[in-house]
Design a protein around this ligand. Structure first.
Ligand code: AP5
Length: 220
């Protein structure tokens, strides 16, 4: 299967968790702008230096910085991909459309993972990420077998710097103001499906695979 997909959802909705699962199954590239930006920060690249302050404050990184890290990858000619964390506002959505339309490769589907606001804060503040391989755990909902240790590689688990409660409120406010309106943007284009994200992770994966598989480019 292949296709060009966008995964929408609030901070903590489970985009990263689900993207890893479905990309393996669909055989498409997982492109997370959050991961690309964190890598840029870690390596001290010019984009990372510009992005760090915005990320630590829970604000959106300027569009041109995000475009520089993402389109370097997308312009490589990737045909099958799933975008996680992009687009985040209307300017980004229009730029993505412009580039994909110019290449004659428009999006196939957009899926929003819907989680009630009252569950997002606990998901984010309880998240622990492996310093070595980036695998994501949760202190309550996806507990590692050994506390503080990654199940996959044995690396040390840590909290993301922007997952502190004082930053999370800002991230959720930015989401509501700038990113949530993209649901209407994609619904108007006939691309949007919604999946209930307030369930067991396996049930969400099944629904996502059904929603994305239906729009994959296989057999067209
Ligand atoms: P980014 O990394 O994209 O963060 P986000 O969108 O805020 O999303 P999260 O990574 O917080 O959550 P998620 O939905 O992936 O949830 P996860 O699967 O980990 O962005 C970070 C920052 O980078 C932004 O604030 C901004 O500064 C910048 N940035 C990134 N992209 C940008 C862009 N396009 N433009 C401008 N700036 C940009 O799950 C969360 C937790 O819940 C985990 O612990 C997990 O184990 C647990 N969990 C998952 N599923 C379930 C379940 N079903 N039940 C219970 N727990 C679950």
């Amino acid at each position: 299967m292949s296709g060009r997909f966008v995964l929408l959802g609030a901070p903590g909705a489970g985009k990263g968790t689900q993207a890893k699962r479905v990309c393996t199954r669909l055989g498409v590239e997982h492109l997370s702008t959050g991961d690309l930006l964190r890598h840029a920060v870690r390596t001290g690249s010019p984009a990372g230096k510009k992005a760090k302050g915005y990320m630590d404050a829970g604000k959106l990184v300027p569009d041109e910085v995000v475009f520089s890290v993402l389109f370097e990858r997308l312009d490589d000619g990737l045909d099958g991909f799933l975008l996680d964390g992009f687009p985040r506002n209307r300017v980004q959505a229009e730029e993505l459309d412009r580039r994909l339309d110019a290449a004659g490769t428009p999006l196939d589907a957009v899926v929003d993972i819907d989680v009630p606001d009252e569950h997002l804060l606990g998901r984010i503040t309880g998240r622990r990420v492996c310093k070595v391989c980036g695998n994501v755990h949760h202190v309550e909902f996806m507990r590692p077998r050994v506390e503080g240790v990654c199940d996959v590689c044995g690396g040390e688990l840590q909290q993301r710097s922007d997952d502190r409660a004082e930053v999370v409120g800002q991230r959720l406010a930015v989401y509501r103001e700038q990113t949530a309106p993209l649901q209407a943007y994609y619904a108007d284009r006939g691309l949007l499906a919604t999946v209930d994200g307030d369930r067991d992770a396996d049930a969400i994966t099944d629904d996502l695979l059904a929603a994305l598989g239906e729009h994959s480019t296989e057999g067209r």
